[in-house]
Design a protein around this ligand. Sequence first.
Ligand code: HEM
Length: 552
Amino acid sequence: MNVVFYFPLFAVFIFLYLFYYYVVHPAIISPLSKIPPGHPTASFLPLWIWWKRRIGLESRTIGAAHQRLGPVVRLAPNEVSVASLDGLRKIYVGGFNRTEWFLQFSNFDGTPNLASMLHSNVHTTRRRSVSNIYSKSYLFGSSEFQKLAKICVLDRLLPVLEEAARADISIDIYSLGCGFGAEFFSGYAFGSSFGLDLVRRGREDERERFLKNDMTKLMGWKGAKLAAKKLENQLLQMCMAAEKHLKSRSSDVKDGKLQQIESEVLERTSTYPVVYAQLIGSIRTKENISDPQDAMVLAASEIFDNTEASTVGVGIAVTYAIYELSRRPTVQNSLRRELAAAELPLKYPSQQQSLSTMVLRKLDALPILDSLVMETLRRYTPVPGPLRRYVPKGGTTIDGYFIPAGVTISSSSYALHRQKDVYPQAESWQPERWTSTTDSTTIRHSKQIESDESLENVRSEQDLRRWFWPFGSGGRMCIGNHFAMTGQFLRPSVRLRTSTYHFIEIKLLLASVYLNYNTTIIDDFGIQQMDAVVGAPVGLKLVVGLSRVADD
Ligand code: HEM
C-alpha cells in the first residue's frame, strides 16, 4: 500500500531531477547557457551536431553557425566551437589536452603515436626527439633529402608526366598526388629503396591498392580493420628492411666481404632511412623500450600515421591547386614565367644528381607559387573539421565567455578560413590575396620592432596569415608542416601564428608540372570536398590532360 502510494511521487521526483539536470541546468544555469547555441536544441541535446557529423555536414554546419552567431558557439550541452584569435591562443598555444577523438589515429591495436597521444607529458619526449628532422634548416641542408627529392621528382614523377603528355593519356592527379605524397614521405622515413614505390609506370595497381586501403581505414568504411591490417603489415616489412640496412651499415668487415659490398651498393643507390633511424634510436634510449619488437611496432605506428598524413594532405592540396590552375590558363602562364625565371633544374629530362639547398631555397621563395599554395590550403583545407580539446581545471574565458573545466572545445580551419572580414569572398580561390599582404618577415626585420609582443601589437586582427590554420597551432601543431611546407625563421611563439608558409613537397610537384606542361580538366565529376576527417574530393579523382609547353 505504502509503495503504491509513494511510487507516483517518486516518479515525479525522478522526472523533475532529470528535467533539471538535462534541461534546466544546461540551458539556463550552466555558464555555457550564455553562449549562443548553434541550434535551439543544442543546449540540452547533443543530437543536432551528432546528426550533422553522421551525414557529413559537420564543418559546413559549424562554419555557418559562426557566420550567424559570432566567435563562440555552443554545439552540444558540453561542447563549444570557437573561431577567434583569442580562442586559438588560449586553447592551442595554451596546450589544452586532446580528446579521445584522436585515438582513431593509433595503429597496431592501439599503439600510440604523436597524433594519438592525449596527454602532453607522454607526448613531449617523442616530439622533442623527432622534431629536428622535420625542421626547415635540417630538410634543406640534408644531402639525403636533396637526393630523395631528385629521385622522387626527376627519376620517378617526371617520366610519368612526360609519357602522358606524349601519348595524350589523361592522368588522375588525385591518385598520382597521393602516391607522390606517400612515396616521398616513406622514402624519407625508410630510405628510397625501402619505402613505397607507387608513382612509376607499372605501379598503378599497387598505388590503387594502397590508396584504397588507406582511405577505407581512414574513413572507417566497411572493411576498415582488414585494410588497416594490410597496411600495418606493409609498414612493418618496411621497418624490417630499414633495420636490416642500418645493421649492415654498421657491421664491420669481418662479417664478410659480400655483405660489405652489398651495403656499399645500397648506400650509393638508396637514401638513408632518416626517420626510422632517429625514431628507433630515441624509442630505445629515451623512452626506455628495450624489447626490439615493441620498439619496432612503436616506430611503425608513428611512421604509419605520418605516411597517411603525407598521402592525403599532399594529395588533396595538389589536386585542388591543379583543379584551379587548369581553369585559369593565365595564372598557369604567370606561374610558368616565374618558374622559368628562377632557372630551376626541374625541366624534363634532367641530369641533376640532387636538388641542392640553393634550388630548394629558390623554390621556397617564389611568390606566385607560394600564394597559390597558401590559397589552396585556405580554400580547400585538407583537415577541415574541429580539432577537439578538453578545457582544463579552472576553466577558461574566451571572447568574454567563461567555459568550465571538462567541456569539449575546438576550432576548425573550415570556419577560420571563411571569416568574411579577413578573407572577403571566402568561397572563391584568389591567390592574389596573399601577395598583397604585408610579409611578416618585413615587419620582423623592422628596427622599430624589438619584441614579439610589439610585433603582435602591430598586426591587425584582420591579418589573414594569423587566421591561416591548416596545420593547427601550438605545441600539438602538425609536425610535418615543414615537410609538406616550411616556415620562416621566426621565434616559435610567433611562428606558430604568423609565419609566411612555404610547402616544399607540394611546391616540388606543382613546379615540375607547370615548368613542363599545361594542364586542362578532362573529368572533375565529384570534385567537391568531403566534409569528413579529411577533405578529399568526393569522387576521389581529378582527371587532367597534359600538353608539353614549347621550349624557349
Ligand atoms: C598538407 C599536409 C598536411 C596537413 C594539412 C596536416 C594537418 C595536420 C593537422 C590539422 C594536425 C592536427 C593538429 C592539432 O591537433 O592541433 C596534424 C597533426 C600532425 N601531423 Fe600533419 N598535416 C599534413 C602533413 C603532415 C606530414 C607530411 C606529416 C609527416 C611528418 C604530418 C605529421 C603530423 C603529426 C605527427 C601530427 C601530430 C602532431 C602532434 O600531436 O605533436 N603531417 N596535421
